[in-house]
Write a protein that binds this ligand. Sequence first.
Ligand code: G3P
Length: 214
Amino acid sequence: MKIFLDTANLDQIKQAVDYGILDGVTTNPSLISKENQEFMPLIKEILAIVPGPVSVEVTATDAEEMIEQAKKYAELSHNVVIKVPINLEGLRVVKTLTDLEIKTNVTLIFSSPQALLAAKAGATYVSPFVGRIDDISGSGMGLVEEIVQVFYNYAIETEIIVASIRHPVHFVQAAMMGADVATVPFSTLEKLLKHPLTDIGMERFLKDWEKVKK
Ligand code: G3P
């Protein structure tokens, strides 16, 4: 499973690149606004640091304007993926961008038919938001399971990005279900590495090493 970081924070992205585990980054307008920086210079820097795909979201609501925005972003770098919301305008945008060989990530997916329609329009990725479904007492990972099955049934090549991940269990389930990508906040990435037995084991090894005649 590929690991993307769900952030626009440069320090976090640089750290994940240094750890050697980063396959890509996803951003959205809320994550960008948290950084309190000018949009274009920030996104250019992210694109330069990240070795893989970086999702940049369009903010227009009309298809023609979304396409104009998308073309402008796509010119920035080879690794730009255009994030498009799932609605009728969004589908038109995905079709046009696919014809132009511009990669897309269809976002705000909350049902399997939405994912199937996005895939049929040519989406490179679909992003089901699992945490937000759990927030309203639904099953976010149940939706991922459904999309994995539907895409498998029809050999659909669109990749599934499990998004709105809130904790390591979402990550583990995504991997068990065979999702293509998990996009995680930095805090979840750190938690993935933690295990109390690893810490206890390290402490014991270091203590015992002190007793060794050297
Ligand atoms: O990529 C966007 C998605 O991950 C949003 O997450 O935590 O705002 O529901 P969240």
